[in-house]
Ligand binder design. Structure first.
Ligand SMILES: Nc1ncnc2c1ncn2[C@@H]1O[C@H](COP(=O)(O)OP(=O)(O)O)[C@@H](O)[C@H]1O
Ligand SMILES: Nc1ccn([C@@H]2O[C@H](COP(=O)(O)OP(=O)(O)O)[C@@H](O)[C@H]2O)c(=O)n1
Length: 306
């Protein structure tokens, strides 16, 4: 059985500080890529298939952004104040097997649900709000904030529990422990020695349509809930659906900022496997990655030709 040490390293970012974090992990999968390319849903499904832990690093940057908004911190003026707040904050990412039917675009795979807690408050929905989407790339471009987030990533990586389901007994047999983490700099900066690095991509249009679909479904659910309550309060008027064009512009602006920032920009790690999923089904991309991982673990593939 492979037993490797994956380094959680920050060499390029904090090299001068010799700030290198080392965590013992049997098998680490890093999944990077642009916004809405399917990283988080794929990472969760892969973690579930293999019985590994899961960490959504983007949600930590989103929590940092929520802290900035709630405390009226101007990121251009006072990034250090925000970094200090993040250092004091407690972020928890809880993952549990899905309780609802799989979304139609995800085929038969039920994607585990993630709950994000900021200082014990469930902020899972709030961190996906439009105001957070607009500010998060700016927040993530600051070096002191990235350093504060790195501490949280390290803590979470050390304590990540595997996602367990009944399916695991048959699918995860022989699989070592480990973690799947998704984000922008996981394969390049955070886990440069990850056993498997994936760069997940899809066309800008496919990504915008998928995010639009996702947001519309969520809004429909929220509006239906409100209608069922029979609320006539003007504050709780049904939320307007954003246009695909608006979402495409937001994704493009965020990708541009993530690719062009100075610290830990979004890059394809030189040893990453690039998967463009524009024309792949969700199952195809998940099974391709789990079979690649199994191969590197010295195990037989489960899914063969897809
Ligand atoms: N191959 C695919 N085909 C269709 N929809 C997909 C596929 N992969 C992911 N999705 C959907 O795309 C949306 C964005 O995926 P998500 O995992 O949130 O991306 P990211 O974490 O990269 O932002 C989700 O609604 C997800 O279910
Ligand atoms: N490892 C990471 C993860 C996210 N981020 C930042 O956090 C933002 C939100 O990440 P996310 O993964 O939640 O975004 P989506 O792709 O899900 O929309 C990104 O646009 C980046 O600016 C980062 O800089 N580094």
């Amino acid at each position: 059985m492979l037993f490797n040490r994956a380094r959680i390293a920050s060499r390029s970012l904090f090299g001068s500080l010799r700030h290198q974090l080392v965590a013992r992990r049997d098998f680490t999968i890093a999944i990077d890529g642009p916004a809405a390319s399917g990283k988080s849903s794929t990472a969760r499904a892969v973690a579930q298939e293999l019985g590994l832990g899961y960490i959504d690093s983007g949600s930590i940057y989103r929590c940092a952004t929520l802290l900035a908004l709630r405390n009226n911190i101007d990121i251009n003026e006072s990034a250090g104040d925000l970094a200090a707040l993040i250092n004091k904050a407690k972020v928890d990412i809880r993952v549990r097997p899905s309780t609802s039917r799989p979304a139609p675009n995800l085929g038969r795979l039920a994607v585990p649900e993630v709950q994000v807690l900021l200082d014990n408050e469930d902020v899972s929905k709030e961190i996906r709000a439009p105001e957070v989407n607009q500010l998060v790339a700016k927040v993530a471009s600051d070096r002191s904030i990235r350093e504060a987030v790195l501490h949280i990533q390290r803590q979470l990586a050390e304590s990540a529990e595997s996602i367990s389901t009944n399916a695991l007994s048959k699918n995860a047999e022989g699989v070592p422990g480990g973690v799947v983490m998704d984000g922008r700099d996981i394969g390049t900066t955070i886990f440069p020695n990850a056993e498997l690095k994936i760069y997940l991509d899809a066309s800008a249009m496919a990504r915008a349509i998928r995010r639009w679909d996702e947001m519309n479904n969520q809004m429909k659910e929220a509006n239906a809930l409100q209608a069922a309550k029979g609320s006539s309060d003007s504050d709780s008027a049904p939320a307007a659906y954003p246009s695909v064009e608006k979402i495409a512009r937001e994704l493009e602006a965020r990708d541009y900022a993530d690719i062009n920032r100075e610290h830990s920009p979004l890059r394809i790690a030189k040893d990453a496997v690039v998967i463009d999923n524009t024309n792949l089904t969700f199952e195809q991309q998940v099974y391709t990655i789990t079979d690649l991982a199994r191969e590197r673990m010295g195990l037989a593939p489960k899914h063969g030709d897809l």
